[in-house]
Design a protein around this ligand. Sequence first.
Ligand code: NAD
Length: 378
Amino acid sequence: MATVVVAALAERAKGENRVALVPEAVSRLVSQGLEVLVESAAGAGAFHDDDEYVAAGAKVGTVAKVLAKADVLLAVRRPEPGVLAKLRTGQVLIGLLDAQVDADGLAPLADRGVRALSLDLLPRTLPRAQTMDVLSSQASIAGYRSVIVAAEAFGRYFPMMITAAGTARPATVLVLGAGVAGLQAIGTARRLGAQVSGYDVRPAAREEVTSLGAAFLTTSVTAGAGDGGYARTLTAEETAAQQTELAEQIRRFDVVITTAQVPGGVPPVLVTAETLASMAPGSVVVDLAAGPNGGNVVGSVPEQRIVTPGGVTVIGAGNLPAQMAAGASAAYARNISALLTSIIVDGEIKLDPSDEVVAAILVGPAADAETEGTVGDA
Ligand code: NAD
């Protein structure tokens, strides 16, 4: 039986410094009997050079070699169309492929018998899926980083400082949305010494926020968790009420971090233009939800820092995990390794459609038609 070849592609998206496999993960996969191939310079953005991968037991090669030899291709983001077009029958592609946002773009893969596993579809509340949960590992990094970004942009201390030059009061920080990223932001802002409050529409978030030592803000709008633990979309009336009530609170804070993303959908507006205008000069707002579909803050632009006429700095977060590529890649590679361990059994790739994880993340018609039995080496 031929050895399964697992390969990591270099990321080609602008500013994407992460890599799907780090050398530590390579060693583990090699020790499990897999052959590992890495595209040359794939780890450069995360400070891992080709020699490190070779020392860990991988082979390094061009993209053409990787595409020709790999049984399983690992990526962080969806590879560009030119790379997707070269995948062939029997190969398995794994990554944050955005199946929720653009399933059509992946359909040709299924038609050709390429099995795409889109990690954004992972059933995260399933206990067995937690070690594979790249959404949580990357959201946690984004939450941490959002506080660092905010602190860098804020012209005062986060902690209380008592010095010979006087006493500085601690910064007040409000985190809107207390999911994985929000809770990590709350914890990080607390560690920096700020006075922190958190807010979410899910009542269950209260205990998580307060257990981190932060205050919990409430509005009259609550929404129990919907599918997969995600908050449901609010009605127009609820959104309007929420915006009005939050406006009263937000102006009291020096720093506001918003994290309410809607998977594959339009993020709710939590900070309106009027609310921004009411904030004190020098305040900082970081919008983790800023993206092509809008954001939680009116006027935020991904990857951009805007200062309003009223002196409020509005930062559209963009790809924060890529700014911490070494840590983000290490976590991603561990998640991916856990998934590989579950789908490569006794030296063979087994995409069992009755497996809850496989059934959830396998994209396209192949999910029903072509996954029974095993996938051998190409
Ligand atoms: P997310 O990125 O989808 O959203 C971030 C937070 O924003 C969520 O807490 C959500 O409730 C909140 N939010 C959404 N709309 C809002 C609004 N209009 N106003 C205020 N807040 C709003 O969330 P996530 O971090 O991916 O987590 C989603 C859920 O999944 C959470 O309940 C989380 O605890 C759960 N989760 C569970 C596991 C697990 O069981 N292992 C793992 C990961 C996440």
